[in-house]
Design a protein around this ligand. Structure first.
Ligand code: ATP
Ligand code: MG
Length: 268
């Protein structure tokens, strides 16, 4: 469903230039859940932003559903975007809109459906995330976990083939994380949705993933099933999944290069 070949991306110029992704290669199979894990600044969101067309690669190819999408613009880019839903890190709901209007937004923007059909579809999506009855609430009236579930209902509003999740369970308690995990699994298993999940939550990635890709400084250092990752003999992988402060990944040194102006301010 998704294939990324030799993706390279850097930001900045001259001696400020940082290479964020260096020859990134990955395949995300149809109907499967692929998680991308890795430390802060390792390039996870940058991969996701290339997949949704927000960034253009310096070089490399991105294939989605049989189409090379990295250079598409305008109408062609829009028609690819209709194939996927995105659940953003913060939820990104519109605070002034009710839950119903938030979920209906993509339907109103991208389809010709009439209002009564839209209302029925919104109810169905809310039912799927276990929040039927929340239609008339505003985001400020929802808990963090509910915001994530509404964001998920909106991500699947147009019945996408693919859903991209950026940190779907960040900041949630373990039970709410379990609820989101189960929703992601259900969408994948029952509706055949291809899922790409960027996450810091190792137990969650281990539970939901068919495949896990671990990034370190813009390079893939491990890729495989949860069991293969668990049994990796790479000490960097072991340190990360155990959350250990001691190991080859130094705590005191950032994985990214701070600019000169920041260096003096950071005491290590
Ligand atoms: N638009 C941009 N301009 C300049 N630098 C960028 C830009 N986007 C990302 N970066 C840099 O790329 C690196 C990787 O960032 P990215 O957001 O992909 O990390 P991440 O793995 O998602 O981290 P986190 O877990 O903290 O979300 C960082 O050093 C970041 O500063
Ligand atoms: Mg990120």
């Amino acid at each position: 469903m998704i294939e990324i070949n030799h993706l390279r991306k850097s930001f900045g110029e001259g001696d400020k230039k940082i290479v964020v992704l260096d020859d990134f290669n990955a395949k995300m199979e149809k109907g499967q859940i692929t998680s991308i894990i890795g430390g802060s600044g390792s390039g996870k969101s940058t991969v996701l932003k290339h997949l949704i067309g927000a960034y253009t690669p310096d070089s490399g190819e991105i294939w989605i559903d049989g189409e090379e999408v990295s250079l598409l613009k305008g109408e062609a880019a829009n028609s690819v975007r209709k194939k996927f839903g995105i659940m953003f890190q913060s939820g990104a709901l519109f605070n002034s809109l009710t839950v119903e209007d938030n979920v209906a937004l993509p339907m109103r923007e991208h389809t010709e459906l009439n209002e009564s059909t839209i209302q029925i579809m919104v109810k169905m999506k809310l039912e799927m995330v276990g929040l039927r009855g929340a239609e008339h609430l505003k985001p400020a009236q929802l808990s963090g976990g509910m915001v994530k579930r509404i964001a998920l209902a909106r991500a699947i509003a147009l019945d996408p083939k693919i859903v991209f999740y950026d940190e779907p369970s960040a900041g949630l308690d373990p039970i709410s994380i379990g609820v989101i995990d189960k929703l992601i699994i259900d969408l994948s298993r029952k509706m055949g949705i291809t899922s790409v999940v960027v996450t810091h939550e190792i137990p969650s990635a281990m539970r939901i993933s068919d495949k896990i890709i671990m990034l370190f400084k813009g390079k893939i250092i491990a890729s495989g099933s949860p069991d293969e990752i668990r049994n990796s003999d790479d000490p960097r992988v072991q340190q990360f999944i155990e959350g250990s402060p001691d190991g080859p990944i130094p705590f005191s040194k950032s994985q990214t290069d701070y600019g000169e102006e920041l260096k003096g301010m950071i005491k290590v």
